[in-house]
Write a protein that binds this ligand. Structure first.
Ligand SMILES: NC(=O)c1ccc[n+]([C@@H]2O[C@H](COP(=O)([O-])OP(=O)(O)OC[C@H]3O[C@@H](n4cnc5c(N)ncnc54)[C@H](OP(=O)(O)O)[C@@H]3O)[C@@H](O)[C@H]2O)c1
Length: 281
């Protein structure tokens, strides 16, 4: 029952009506008997500068952020976790007495799903990340922290790829970082042992024009776009012995971590999967 003491959490973004987050968090609150509610707030993109003030004024306990606020909210926050600073993007904000800390759970979510679903050894891998947006950077930082040999971002906008390299290189001195154009010839020039597609919707069709026949058997191809029924190149990868992974596990793991940041209560990804009743994804 909602009372005068009920804590309020929210998802802020635009568009957000399709989101699974309210169903997930509210069901977890119910199962764990936590006096809290989670709502989706559709915020106009041009009001990004007001998000921090609104959060503090209304006394929200925490929020998730999605497009287009993950990067634009940074100036409104008091502190950033290491993962958020590496990603240059925030998907979770937690209030401690009105002091707002930004976190990023996408990288941790990606690694959690990778280990659970494929159990791969990441040491020494040469990784290509398609896209240097918030998700591409979060995944790159997580891979660097897990001991890969190199991370190369292939990105349309050169400055964004370079920014990812500059943010990461001082933090992970044992890893080689580079950026390159998002181009089929560049992609074909190296036998990547791990590839993660972190392009958003409009960029995804480009990937269909890439050739994956040079990727070694045992390489890994992840598509972060969990909402795609048939991600590009999955069939070609599977035919060449490349292990494929959908983004849904990453979504489950980052959601579980987000819930833990909100409540201090750990939930495993199976519980989250069960709550959303999407075990068949
Ligand atoms: N599975 C999960 O749990 C999970 C979690 C987070 C995000 N995601 C998914 O990851 C995707 C990326 O999210 P994000 O937050 O990183 O978005 P973002 O910060 O907006 O980055 C978008 C990326 O796509 C590129 N791009 C967009 N349109 C393009 C086009 N027409 N041609 C070439 N490149 C284009 C951008 O390149 P420029 O830099 O050149 O603009 C950038 O690299 C989304 O589709 C999201 O659903 C999944």
């Amino acid at each position: 029952m909602i009372t005068g003491r009920t804590q309020v959490f929210a998802l802020l973004g635009h568009p957000i009506r399709h989101s699974l987050s309210p169903a997930m968090h509210n069901e977890l609150f119910r199962r764990l008997d936590i006096d809290a509610v989670y709502v989706a707030l559709d915020v106009a993109p041009d009001r990004a500068d007001d998000v921090g003030t609104a959060f503090r004024t209304l006394g929200l306990a925490g929020c998730n952020l999605t497009v287009p606020f993950k990067e634009r909210v940074l100036p409104s926050l008091d502190a950033l976790s290491l993962a958020a600073a590496c990603a240059g993007a925030v998907n979770v904000v937690v209030s401690e007495g009105g002091r707002l800390t930004g976190h990023n759970t996408d990288g941790e979510g990606y690694l959690g799903a990778l280990r659970e679903e494929l159990g791969v050894d990441l040491a020494g891998r040469d990784c290509a990340i398609l896209g240097a947006g918030g998700t591409g950077r979060a995944v790159g930082a997580a891979l660097a922290g897990a001991g890969v040999a190199s991370v190369t971002w292939l990105n349309r906008t050169r400055a964004r790829g370079q920014a990812a390299v500059e943010a990461m290189a001082p933090r992970f001195p044992g890893v080689r970082f580079a950026s390159a154009p998002l181009d089929a010839a560049v992609f074909s020039s190296r036998p990547w042992s791990l590839v993660v597609n972190c392009l958003s919707g409009p960029g995804v069709p480009l990937v269909s024009g890439f050739d994956v026949r040079h990727l070694p058997r045992g390489a890994v191809w992840t598509d972060a776009n969990y909402w795609m029924a048939d991600p590009p190149l999955f069939a070609a990868c599977a035919a060449g012995g490349v292990r494929i992974q959908r983004g849904i596990g990453m979504l489950m793991h980052q959601g579980a971590r987000s819930f833990e940041l909100f409540t201090g209560r750990a939930v495993d990804s199976d519980t989250v999967r069960g709550v959303l009743d999407i075990g068949g994804w």
